[in-house]
Design a protein around this ligand. Structure first.
Ligand SMILES: [Zn+2]
Ligand SMILES: [Zn+2]
Length: 410
């Protein structure tokens, strides 16, 4: 990893990135108008391939998803650094009123992945012009399916990290990975990250309670699942506060309870659904066990049958502390150290870049993109139907992707 003082000169990158901003904005706006969901993103893939055309890249199209892997060989041998940009949108309406708003009913780029795709394409262009300064390879990972569809996992399974040997026969293992995520809740021109866990795991919880239905006036002749469901919901919160270390926290949110049909019928069953978040694998497993214990114990106490299902979602996203420091320092050189925020704690959202960081040390960093003239604390957040981003932040993003790769491979 690079020493800052005598590292590759990155002082020109801010200006070179600004020169690429118009193209990045144009590409982003096309993607914004044609948002695609999940792992099959044909329009987006075409746009990316168009943006990469003519660059000295070895491009591989994945089969299991619309993932694209583009590899840039540096002038000298060395390891590979992976740069990630996710490409998918969200299933929701757009109410921004932007002239380049979504043309697809019920789909919106509300998480800014359109900016990530355009920034990564911009970084591929810029790094291509700095190829002679690279000792190693840059792998550009354009991934689909980040919003709950495990796109990164599919790309890993399809050989994302199996980079071939260099022309001289020497290996070039992927030894670092870096991703940016734009947020409307951080001022434009700022970045934020931290070493260690940076985003939570996210698992899906379903509890089915089955009793015996009957007349609402004669509960003793039934096995009423409704008060039992209420008791389970309360007990889950007690379990979290009493059994989970406050400094290694978890969130269990019951977001939906379904039971009954009318006011004078005791239903046969009740359904509880929710989400589980944690920032360590040990707490995550402890919470899973605790949910089963509590739900099964309470149900048994009332002679109700219970079925607990926990479906694992994304694991905890953990930054390598040394790489987080390195990326923060490189970003500080570009934008000023005062605009690089060390997050005091992880964000409880989840990311499937976690799958990559489970295999390769690296860092995910948030990129500020509060729309012009808005307050970061009140601007509509990512995933809002009204979220907008300051597109000029993309120049900062392109320069940071590029600088991190240049410095890592110097
Ligand atoms: Zn999102
Ligand atoms: Zn996102």
């Amino acid at each position: 990893m690079a020493e800052m003082e005598d590292g590759t000169d990155i002082s020109t990158l801010a200006e070179e990135s600004r020169d690429l901003l118009d193209d990045a904005v144009a590409m982003r706006r096309v993607l914004h108008q044609w948002p695609e969901l999940g792992n099959d993103l044909p329009i987006t893939r075409e746009q990316v391939l168009g943006a990469l055309e003519g660059l000295p890249l070895e491009v591989t199209l994945h089969d299991s998803t619309s993932g694209i892997v583009a590899v840039l060989d540096g002038a000298a041998p060395g390891p590979t650094i992976l740069l990630r940009g996710d490409m998918d949108a969200l299933e929701m309406p757009e109410d921004t009123g932007l002239e380049y708003g979504s043309k697809v009913d019920g789909s919106m780029h509300a998480c800014g992945h359109d900016t990530h795709t355009a920034m990564l394409a911009g970084a591929a262009r810029l790094l291509s012009t700095h190829r002679d300064q690279l000792a190693g390879r840059v792998l550009f990972m354009f991934q689909p399916g980040e919003e709950g569809h495990h796109g990164a996992k599919f790309m890993l399974e399809e050989g994302l990290l199996d980079v071939p040997a260099l022309a001289d026969g020497s290996p070039s293992p992927v030894d670092a990975a870096f991703a940016l995520h734009i947020t409307s809740s951080l001022p434009t021109g700022w970045v934020a990250t931290k070493g260690g866990p940076v985003m939570a795991s996210s698992d899906r919880l379903t509890i089915r309670l089955s009793g015996k239905g009957g007349h609402a006036s004669e509960p003793h002749r039934t096995l009423d699942p409704i008060p039992v469901a209420c008791e389970v919901v309360q007990a889950l919160q007690t379990m979290v506060t009493r059994r989970i270390d406050v400094f290694d926290p978890a969130v269990v949110t019951v977001a939906r309870i379904t039971a009954g049909t009318t006011s004078n019928v005791i239903p046969e069953s009740a359904l509880i659904e929710g989400t589980i978040r944690a920032v360590s694998e040990s707490t995550r497993r402890k919470v899973h066990d605790g949910i089963r214990r509590v739900a099964e114990g309470i149900a048994a106490a009332h002679e109700i049958e219970v079925e607990v299902e926990v479906v694992d979602g994304y694991p905890v996203t953990s930054n390598n502390s040394d790489f987080a420091k390195f990326a923060s320092s490189v970003a500080g050189e570009l934008i000023g150290a005062g605009q690089v925020v060390q997050l005091p704690h992880p964000v409880m959202g989840a990311e499937d870049f976690s799958y990559v960081l489970d295999r390769v040390p690296g860092t995910m960093m948030f990129l500020g993109g509060t729309p012009h003239g808005r307050d970061p604390s009140t601007a509509p957040p990512n995933h809002s139907n009204r979220v907008t981003f300051d597109e000029s932040a993309m120049a900062t993003g392109i320069s940071i992707y590029t600088a991190v790769a240049l410095r890592h491979l110097q």
